[in-house]
Design a binder for this molecule. Structure first.
Ligand SMILES: [Zn+2]
Length: 510
């Protein structure tokens, strides 16, 4: 038999997903080349249909899920195609004993544990939901590295929502899963189904090992939910899975739920008689809107609102008012918009003396002066460009970026971050005409709300024991993760001690 004829056997959705069973597929090839390349660490087993719970099976299971993600992201987001760690993202199949998985800017790491009730081996790498969620964290980090340790509740929660949306998008790109989602719900996509339910097996094990409040029955999270936006600073630090808390894996469900509502609105508007194909396309459209908004929404306390307003503006520009209206309504119903009427982003700011440089070159001194004049003074602030991204040629060009500033924290309530700084950002966007002269601009100066939010977020991390105590020895993410420390204080080259994130996980260890 030729090697190319070999088949591997994998789960397409989740080991415990209702109706899921092992399927034979072709083994992924050339996973390290092209955009969003990856490598599963360890010796590659001969492609063959292995039995579950073997290391050979786990290798191909992870590779197959990452490859589905690679193909989806190459279609939807061909650039940059390069991860923070480099062109190839390593994945470690079993990094230790835990019911978890995480991304730490070096690799994706998966874990194994025993379900205390069923005695079954639970490997997070067995679930495509989990594998593609972690891959989603790495994708968002590649396109928005500034979100990685932005000290805001809504940014941390958005990272989790993006992971879940990535898992949903990869699942619904599989025709058989779109079909099963609709047959399970009798064509009503607004009802919970095997795709909206995420990490079913791990969720069950989390309940068995940590108690019924640790995850809702049926799955770790469900995108079909009714959670509406509430100020995270007014939410409890932790709550049973059925209610909303400020914890990012709980709070993210507002965005995931709103995005699922948008998917349903697009699906219902479609006249395509092939309903599974309509569902898959609705998911593609929703994902494209979410990705576009994720790329451009300025970081800050109000990140959910900025994301929601950008989604509506993108939909209005690309799909027209008719489709944008039900999407705005869905976001408004989740309290993510103050009104379904979203104003344009950029305010008129015509200035023929300020011109955009052609192509991708860095801004001219005139442009830097123009940006600084609009942002106002900030001693020590560092100007960073998000890239001269062409939003759409017919709409001219928009230059985006941010100014990074240190916010110093003082007080015992910040735990090990007492005396350290966090980064907050002023964002700018300048619109240029086809001729290259400034036509519109918008700045988001981080204000007291953002500073309050950052302080509250770090106090929250300190209360939850998430900040590693100071030590002179450098620590690996594995050591930090074992202790449940997501953040540490790092003495940086400019002599400032800053609070930095070390890893981001499927969940934070209870
Ligand atoms: Zn996560």
């Amino acid at each position: 038999m030729k090697e190319t004829d070999a088949r591997i056997r994998v789960y397409l959705n989740d080991p415990e997903g209702r109706g899921d069973r092992l399927v034979d597929v072709a083994p992924p090839e050339k996973t390290e080349s092209g955009p969003w390349g990856f490598r599963v660490e360890g010796k590659m087993p001969e492609p063959r249909a292995y039995a579950p719970d073997t290391s050979e099976f786990l290798h191909w299971q992870i590779a197959s899920a990452l490859d589905r993600g690679k193909r989806l992201w190459t279609r939807n987001l061909p650039a940059p195609g390069t991860w923070i760690p480099g062109p190839v993202l390593p994945a470690v199949a079993v990094a230790g004993t835990d019911l978890n998985a995480y991304y730490d800017r070096k690799a994706l790491r998966f874990f194994r544990d025993i379900d205390a009730k069923t005695k079954a081996v639970v490997q997070s790498g067995d679930s495509p939901d989990i594998v593609t969620h972690e891959q989603g964290h790495a994708i968002l980090d590649a396109i928005r590295p500034d979100l990685w340790d932005a000290p805001h509740f809504e940014v941390a929660a958005f990272h989790e929502a993006f992971g879940d949306l990535a898992a949903i998008a990869v699942a619904l790109a599989e025709p058989v899963l779109a079909e099963r989602a609709l047959s399970e719900t009798k064509d009503d996509a607004a009802r919970s189904n095997l795709v909206s339910r995420l990490a079913e097996e791990l969720g069950e094990a989390v309940r068995d090992n940590y108690g019924p409040d640790a995850a809702p029955p049926g799955a770790l999270r469900d995108a079909v939910n009714t959670f509406a936006y509430a100020d995270p600073k007014a939410l409890p630090d932790d709550a049973p899975a059925r209610s909303l808390s400020a914890e990012p894996h709980s709070f993210c469900r507002v965005i995931t739920g709103a995005c699922w509502d948008m998917l349903v609105a697009i699906f219902r508007a479609s006249r395509d008689p092939n309903r599974p194909a309509a569902l898959a396309r609705a998911c593609e459209r929703m994902s494209a809107l979410a990705v576009a908004a994720a790329q451009t929404a300025p970081s800050g306390a109000d990140f959910f609102g900025r994301f929601a307003r950008r989604v509506v503006r993108e939909a209005r520009a690309d799909d027209g008012a008719e489709l944008a209206a039900p999407l705005a309504q869905a976001l408004f119903a989740r309290k993510l918009l103050a009104s379904p009427d979203v104003p344009p982003e950029l305010a008129p700011d015509e200035d023929p003396t300020v011109t955009a440089p052609p192509g991708e070159s860095l801004p001219t001194p005139t442009l830097v002066r123009a940006i600084e004049a609009r942002l106002g003074p900030a001693p020590g602030g560092v100007l960073l460009l998000a890239g001269n991204r062409a939003i759409a040629p017919e709409r001219g060009r928009v230059l985006r970026g941010r100014r990074r500033r240190d916010l110093f924290l003082h007080g015992a309530e910040y735990g090990p971050a007492d005396g350290a700084a966090v980064e907050i950002s002023d964002a700018f966007a300048l619109g240029f005409t086809e001729a290259g002269t400034l036509s519109a601009s918008r700045v988001h100066n981080a204000g007291e709300d953002d500073a309050d939010d950052a302080r509250a977020f770090v106090r929250f991390l300190a209360r939850r024991g998430r900040i590693a105590p100071a030590t002179s020895a450098p620590r690996t993410s594995a050591e930090l993760a074992r202790a449940g420390h997501t953040h540490e204080v790092v003495l940086e080259e400019d002599g400032v001690r800053r609070l930095r994130r070390a890893w981001i996980a499927r969940k934070e260890t209870p």
